[in-house]
Write a protein that binds this ligand. Structure first.
Ligand code: ZN
Length: 281
């Protein structure tokens, strides 16, 4: 073998070693580093302020949530849009609400998600939109949040702050958009996320279909409902909307939609009633 061939082989070998280090070794090293870094004190203040139920969680849940937040902030890129500046307040607030959905679950930690885009306020998009009675309107729309299957979530910061200020009103744009991300783990955003037990899809489908139809009828009749009428748009929106209700108004959801609550409790593997007092009747 001549010197040129040896150099080519050496070069190829170096490329293979570099690829192995980059793909397998570095992510593990980085994850370990993140896991062993203490949760910064200013982040803890933000977490307590932005997620009121954090104070009432069990210590092991708090520990797990802090770990998930560190991983989320480390692995996702936050991009400010339309002049919005990104700071740790924004990173930790969004991460806290997004990671609440991962607590106590064997999850992929939004592995397909790469970027969180943050606008100061509502942002304009150009595409078709379905309303709660199934009407489709084309053209420009102003949104407070959007979840894409290509690795992006878009949020309006003022709407995130409203969600933070009132955690018991059943509306939370971060929980909503990240529920869509979980829904997409199967490859389809259709209101049926990845269930641990394949046999569970039968009950899930029956209960969710019934509840979805009830909401559509109630919405068409302009009745007041606990689950926001926007959930009647389609099954994917229904899953995102009931996720908001499950975390923010769990007592009422359990009382008025018992089977639906149980399905969500089995999926999310937490009981948010433990973190909130029941509202006065
Ligand atoms: Zn949605």
């Amino acid at each position: 073998m001549d010197l040129k061939s040896i150099l080519i082989l050496l070069f190829l070998w170096l490329i293979v070693v570099a690829a192995v280090l980059l793909v397998f070794v570095y992510p593990r090293y980085r994850r370990k580093k993140v896991d062993t870094t203490p949760f910064p004190a200013p982040w803890l203040q933000t977490l307590r302020r932005s997620l009121p139920i954090y104070k009432t969680m069990w210590p092991d849940q708090q520990r797990e949530l802090r770990q998930l937040i560190k991983r989320f902030v480390d692995s996702k890129e936050f991009v400010g849009c339309a002049g919005q500046e990104i700071n740790d307040e924004i990173r930790v607030t969004i991460a806290a609400h997004a990671c609440l959905l991962l607590l106590n679950r064997p999850s992929h930690e939004y592995q397909d998600l790469r970027s969180v885009l943050v606008y100061p306020s509502t942002f304009k998009v150009q595409h078709d939109q379905h309303d709660e009675i199934g009407l489709v309107t084309a053209g420009e729309h102003f949104l407070i949040g959007e979840s894409w299957s290509n690795g992006k979530v878009i949020l309006a910061w003022d709407s995130v702050q409203q969600s933070v200020q009132n955690f018991a009103d059943g509306h939370n744009v971060v929980l909503h958009e990240f529920a869509h991300q979980l829904d997409h783990e199967t490859g389809n955003t259709n209101g049926a996320p990845l269930l641990y037990n394949k046999g569970a899809y039968g009950d899930w489908s029956r209960i969710f279909s019934e509840e979805f139809r009830h909401l559509q009828h109630a919405s068409a009749a302009h009745q007041q409902t606990l689950i926001d009428a926007y959930g009647a748009s389609n099954p994917a929106e229904f899953f995102a909307v009931v996720t908001e209700t499950f975390y923010e108004r769990p007592h009422e959801l359990a009382t008025r939609h018992g089977e639906l609550f149980e399905e969500l409790q089995a999926y999310y593997r937490v009981d948010p009633r433990e973190w909130q007092r029941a509202p006065k009747p």
